[in-house]
Design a protein around this ligand. Structure first.
Ligand SMILES: [Zn+2]
Length: 403
């Protein structure tokens, strides 16, 4: 699903350029254009042209454009970059959530419930479900979203999940190593052979990334290394579900293998924090998971103090974090994880872009994709200050006004 306008290819006249002016507070995430890490600029304007940002600066010196949009003093941000989501699935796990909120503990095993429902679903059902979630996220300001496989766990079902996902986002992740498939319950080594062999062959053409759930009850350090190394050999870049439920080797493995991100990072030793801080591996925090499992939140303050790059993402999935709202994650990160509103918004935009190794999203600067979120509020701080309140006033994706 590309929304990049291609007037030359279609033979239609070029899309008009648009001046967005009257921006009360502009988050650029580019220090060349404003103050602080958010590159904040008051009374600003932005010109978008041909799917990208063409100009950023004070409203008083904005150039002319074909069309004009008055932001009315409201805040404009880069669209959210949600770098961690599991959206190709069928069914839901309401009963499991209800039981957990009534006192039962969370374990990785619940994933198998969704595996059974997903395998039984048609391609059309899975595609429609995914489209619904991408749209739902867009309505909340998310303009880039990553999507993992991992609810098929057979060669055919993993490949079809990625084929379907690739129709909606370029950020597709092969997660055959989500849990050991039920057919291999007594032969986990055999399942790792499948994931690193025939299943990888079938999935690699549709995937950009390779991921593994490195956790007790899922895959240990040696198995995770085998999965990630095999993916790298097929041209995929690693990212790791690491240190979510317990201390473990996931973060160190992610850093060692040059993973784009280590995701969850809830249980970290000092050595884990130092490894992240000294690397290009982003620490992606997923507060929706702790919220929805009543688990302790990761310590964002500790990571930021050490100098690690932090991203915030939803982990949207039917089991442990069934939210597509980045604004919710921002609010929880501020209230529960020690982040300032500026840090949380930066992590939900520029941080997510870093976690996906994208330089064209997560910022508003000339040449960036025109992925923009206009808030129905005068400041990005309202994302945490007014939790649970729908604040999306308008969204542009690739320069196209979507909402
Ligand atoms: Zn996840």
């Amino acid at each position: 699903m590309s929304t990049q306008s291609t007037p030359a290819a279609s033979g239609r006249p070029a899309a008009p350029s648009t001046l967005i002016t009257g921006i009360g507070s502009l988050v650029t995430n580019d220090t060349a254009y404003g103050t602080g890490p958010l590159g904040l600029l008051a009374d600003a304007a932005v010109v978008i042209d041909g799917g990208t940002v063409a100009w950023v600066g004070p409203a008083g010196s904005a150039p002319a454009a074909d069309e004009r949009f008055d932001a009315g003093g409201r805040a404009l941000l880069p669209g959210f970059v949600d770098s961690h989501a599991h959206l190709v699935f069928a069914g839901d796990r309401t009963a499991e959530f209800n039981a957990r909120m009534s006192g039962q503990a969370y374990s990785a095993g619940g994933i198998r419930t969704t595996v059974a429902a997903t395998r039984a679903a048609s391609d059309a059902e899975l595609d429609a479900n995914l489209a619904r979630f991408v749209r739902e996220a867009l309505h909340q300001g998310t303009t880039t979203i990553e999507c993992k496989s991992g609810y098929g766990l057979t060669v055919e079902d993993e490949a079809r999940a990625l084929r379907i996902a690739a129709g909606h986002t370029p950020e597709t992740t092969y997660l055959g190593a989500h849990v050991v498939a039920p057919e291999y319950a007594d032969d986990p080594a055999g399942y790792v052979d499948l994931v690193t062999g025939e299943m990888l062959d079938a999935c690699a053409p549709y995937a950009r990334w390779v991921d593994v759930f490195c956790e007790n009850g899922a895959f240990d350090g040696d198995q995770a290394r085998a999965v990630l190394t095999a993916g790298v050999e097929r041209g995929l870049t690693p990212r790791v579900h690491a240190n979510q439920l317990s201390y473990g080797p996931g973060v160190q493995l992610a850093v060692e293998l040059g993973a784009a991100s280590a995701d969850h990072c809830t249980h970290l030793t000092d050595e884990d924090v130092a490894a992240l801080a000294g690397s290009a591996t982003v620490a992606t925090l997923l507060p929706g998971a702790e919220f929805s499992t009543r688990a302790p939140y990761p310590d964002a303050r500790r990571l930021l103090a050490a100098g690690a790059t932090v991203a915030l993402s939803t982990d949207c999935n039917p089991g442990s974090s069934f939210t597509s709202s980045m604004a919710f994650c921002v609010a929880v990160a501020v209230r529960e994880m020690g982040m300032t509103p500026d840090e949380a918004v930066h992590s939900a935009t520029a941080g997510g872009a870093r976690a996906l190794r994208r330089t064209d999203v997560g910022l508003i600067a000339p040449g960036a994709r025109a992925d923009l979120l206009l808030l129905d509020a005068p400041s990005h701080v309202h994302l945490a200050y007014r939790p649970g309140v729908p604040l999306t006033a308008a969204v542009w994706r690739g320069g196209v006004r979507e909402l």
